[in-house]
Ligand binder design. Structure first.
Ligand code: B12
Ligand code: SF4
Ligand code: SF4
Length: 307
């Protein structure tokens, strides 16, 4: 039988997550969300990301990750916005969030288990096969915009998502309303027409995919399309009118490295060649590995030799 938690305890957990530095925390029922990933994969929009082909329906159902999961506790960690002109995307200018967000969530999950004796938890940070944006939307952290990002008025799209799955039932929060209105700024700003305007992204046309996920050489057209981008792309985030005011600074579980936001391609090459592992191995750039970053930098240098 699933244990049901009262509102006072829910608010205690939320308060702890906010104290621990998350910008937002929300609660969603763990019943499956409708399958968006399956049709997306079937349409071939996942490009070369074969890992997402494996049981895409698992991503909708948290009980495949934690048997008996009844609630998904969703958190957002905010990070400083960039204007899209940088070589490294904003989220990657911090120590690898997988490690630091996980450590902060494990700490709160242990407290939760002490408050709800017998409860089981599982922490998920990006790499778990879970539709993080769909559950974050259900938990009221924001809405899914035309750039497919989870965003809200206060932080815009500049936040990373993570979750604690729990087999106790917490009273859920209300989902946020869709607030994009008639805006299409992100769709118009995408340099490669990767967004269809109806909330679908074609990874095979996305510079974030080509610079981070694609393995091997870049086809000529996509290397040239990278322009100045050595890792990731923020154009469809930077174009967004949200947040209307200055976004929140980094949530404490993220440890920003300002020198990465300011790094020129030449400096990135220097760091990667001196010791990728030591200088960049603890940041999200690790995902592209040394070879992927140097491959991208060669294109960036070719595309804009003056930088
Ligand atoms: C694969 C992946 C990518 C791929 C594909 C991106 C994509 N749009 O699908 C690539 C490599 C291109 C990519 C790029 C980026 N990514 Co990425 N990525 C993922 C990953 C691992 C899986 C996403 C996935 O399943 N995609 C398939 C689509 C079909 O599913 P989906 O993302 O869940 O979103 C759809 C459904 O949720 C559906 N939906 C479901 N329920 C509902 C409910 C409502 C009301 C609505 C309207 C829609 C809806 O609509 C969504 C849009 O199609 C997630 C982590 C995770 N485990 O979820 C991170 C994740 C989505 N990425 C993230 C980030 C930060 C980025 C980049 C900004 C990095 C960068 N600067 O380069 C870019 C942004 C590009 C963009 N506009 O999406 C963050 C996004 C945080 C946020 N605020 O939304 C995530 C959540 C990682 C994290 N833990 O924080 N990413
Ligand atoms: S990340 Fe860049 S290439 Fe990908 S959809 Fe957004 S603007 Fe387009
Ligand atoms: S740029 Fe406009 S359409 Fe795109 S996510 Fe932001 S508000 Fe929504």
């Amino acid at each position: 039988m699933t244990f049901t938690v009262d509102i006072a305890l829910r608010e205690r957990v939320r308060a702890r997550l906010l104290e621990r530095g998350f910008a937002q925390a929300g609660f969603a029922d763990a019943t499956p969300v409708s399958d968006h990933v399956g049709p997306w994969v079937a349409a071939g929009r996942h490009a070369g990301m074969q890992w997402i082909e494996r049981e895409p329906e698992r991503r909708n159902d948290p009980t495949t990750l934690l048997p008996g999961a009844a609630s998904v506790i969703c958190v957002a960690a905010s990070y400083p916005a960039q204007d899209g002109s940088q070589a490294v995307a904003a989220y990657a200018c911090a120590e690898d969030y997988h490690h630091d967000l996980r450590a902060a969530l494990e700490e709160v999950a242990a407290e939760l288990r002490a408050w709800v004796p017998g409860a089981g938890t599982r922490v998920c940070v990006d790499s778990a096969p879970l539709s993080e944006r769909a559950f974050a939307a259900r938990a009221g952290l924001g809405w899914i915009g035309r750039n497919t990002m989870l965003l809200n008025e206060r932080l815009g799209p500049w936040m990373l998502l993570a979750e604690i799955l729990v087999d106790a039932h917490f009273p859920p929060d209300a989902p946020a309303a869709f607030r994009c209105g008639s805006c299409t700024a992100c769709v118009d700003a995408c340099p490669t027409d990767a967004l269809d305007g109806k909330g679908q992204l074609d990874a095979g046309r996305c510079l974030s995919y080509w610079s981070i996920e694609h393995r091997g050489e870049l086809p000529e057209a996509w290397g040239a399309a990278l322009g100045h981008r050595a890792f990731g792309c923020d154009d469809c985030l930077a174009a967004c009118p949200f947040p209307a005011q200055e976004a929140a600074p980094s949530s404490p579980p993220l440890r920003p490295r300002p020198e990465l936001a300011a790094a020129t391609p030449a400096r990135l090459r220097e760091l990667a060649e001196a010791s990728f592992k030591r200088h960049l191995g603890s940041t999200p750039l690790e995902r592209a590995r040394k070879g992927g970053l140097l491959r991208n930098l060669s294109w960036v240098e070719r595309n804009s030799p003056a930088r």
